[in-house]
Design a protein around this ligand. Structure first.
Ligand SMILES: Cc1ncc(COP(=O)(O)O)c(C=O)c1O
Length: 452
């Protein structure tokens, strides 16, 4: 309707002011106001004013907005290193072979129906997901003290876990690493938790600020929730060593913190599903409680299927049962029950020995390609004599490299070289290929030389 009305009539402007005032006070309006609003609405129907006239334009998401800008760039050499999605050597999205096979098996199975799943999701999928993250011989699984629910990928699983904590846990403060995935503070805040940070990354060494981490968590009040990236920390690519994990575990347990693991990259970091789950398993082995959110976006390439899981490891089977019953009350009014297709694919793959083995091979190939991109980029910078120490590129792990490039250098690379990345200098190694490494190395070299 906007733009179709001719000159603004006096009635329009009165109505417009009224509607603006009402929408400014949305959420605090009285019954009287809503009567006013519907009166104004009926008067303005067809006159081109929206009840949302005074709404502000929201900013783009800082990560997904990179792709929006990239899509608008007509340059043939443009390169998107912003979004964390795997690309082949040819720069194409990858559907794993094993996923195609599982989908074919599902299609061929004429007995399948499209009924709703239970609130907690597909039972087989939940069992297999808990086993994948905790290990087949996990005492918590054997003792039936794990409550697992299917989630809407990693994000949805984090959100359900956070909302459960807001309702049922006495300490509503969550400590998250600084920096962390940009969505973490938003997910936790909106679920009702109060977010604080602990030091994690040291820009001087481009590695872990282990001392800072121990100091900050040492000062945190006992009982706080602590968010930990199970592996392949996003955005830094910096993980604690096994010895450091052990120290972190001791501190967390001694202060009665509740660990909340975010596992978005199991198998994607080292190429081994077991190695990448070690941090979580260490905390299960001590008999303590924890939360773990899993995502199958990266390790099975099921980004758009939105498939993940939330597991709560409890002290007893009885508590796990009650936790599950309360998780259902969180989920039901949020999205009722989760989608069927992605979970069916995952359950097929995890539940079939041959498909599972094939998956591990494909997963390792993705991890290895990323590791090889790290080496190629490092070599390319060394051969150009780019100022600075770039060894962090090969020391960091997982999908991302935290390059250490500053906002000015990033802006320069986007403007002059059409290379897109988040303004904190994070690049997705999965978006690189042997063909594009030289272009990126040239851009980094020029940026670093120009803006020392
Ligand atoms: C650390 C971390 N957690 C969670 C997610 C959530 O991903 P998804 O909701 O697509 O599974 C991501 C995705 O980039 C991530 O990097």
């Amino acid at each position: 309707m906007t733009g179709t009305s001719p000159a603004v009539s006096p009635l329009d402007s009165v109505a417009f002011r009224r509607i603006s005032a009402v929408s400014r006070h949305l959420g605090h309006r009285s019954e009287m106001d809503s009567q006013d609003q519907s009166l104004s609405l009926s008067k303005t129907a067809g006159h081109g004013f929206s009840v949302f006239e005074s709404i502000n334009q929201a900013p783009e998401d800082p990560i997904l907005g990179v792709t929006v800008a990239y899509n608008k760039d007509p340059s043939p050499v443009k390169l998107n290193l912003g979004v964390g999605a795997y690309r082949t050597e040819e720069g194409k999205p990858l559907v794993l072979n094993v996923v195609k096979q599982a989908e074919q098996l599902l299609i061929n199975d004429g007995s399948r129906v499209k009924e709703y799943l239970p609130i907690t999701g597909l039972a087989d999928f939940n069992k297999l997901s808990a086993t994948l993250i905790l290990g087949a011989d996990s005492p918590a699984i054997l003792e039936k003290r794990v409550a697992t629910v299917q989630g809407l990928s990693g994000t949805g699983s984090l959100r359900v876990g956070a909302e459960f904590l807001t309702r049922h846990y006495y300490n509503r403060t969550i400590y998250i690493p600084l920096p962390t995935w940009g969505n973490h503070p938003k997910v936790f805040t909106i679920a009702g938790l109060s977010v604080k940070t602990y030091r994690y990354y040291d820009p001087a060494t481009r590695g872990l600020d282990f001392q800072g981490l121990l100091e900050d968590l040492g000062l945190a009040p006992s009982g706080a929730v602590v968010l930990l990236h199970a592996c392949a920390h996003n955005p830094t690519g910096v993980d604690p060593t096994p010895e450091q994990w052990e120290q972190i575990r001791q501190l967390i347990r001694s202060k009665g913190f509740l660990p909340f693991f975010d596992s978005a990259y199991q198998g994607f970091a080292s190429g081994s599903l077991d190695t990448d789950a070690q941090s979580v398993r260490m905390f299960v082995a001590d008999g303590g409680e924890l939360f773990a959110a899993q995502s199958y976006a990266k390790n099975m390439g099921l980004y758009g299927e939105r498939v993940g899981a939330l597991s709560v490891v409890c002290k007893s089977a009885a508590v796990a049962g009650r936790v599950e019953s309360q998780l259902k009350l969180v989920i039901r009014p949020m999205y009722s029950n989760p989608p069927l297709h992605g979970a069916s694919i995952v359950a097929k793959i995890l539940g079939d020995r041959n498909l599972f083995n094939e998956w591990t091979v494909e997963l390792k190939a993705m991890a290895d390609r990323i590791i090889s991109m790290r080496k190629q980029l490092y070599d390319a910078l060394c051969s150009r004599g780019t100022p600075g120490d770039w060894s962090h590129i090969i020391k960091q792990i997982g999908m991302f490299t935290f390059t250490g490039l500053n906002t000015e250098q990033v802006a320069f690379m986007t403007k002059e070289y059409h290379i897109y990345m988040t303004s904190d200098g994070r690049i997705s190694m999965a978006g690189l290929s042997s063909r594009t490494v030289p272009h990126l190395a040239d851009a980094i070299h020029a940026a670093v030389t120009r803006f020392a």
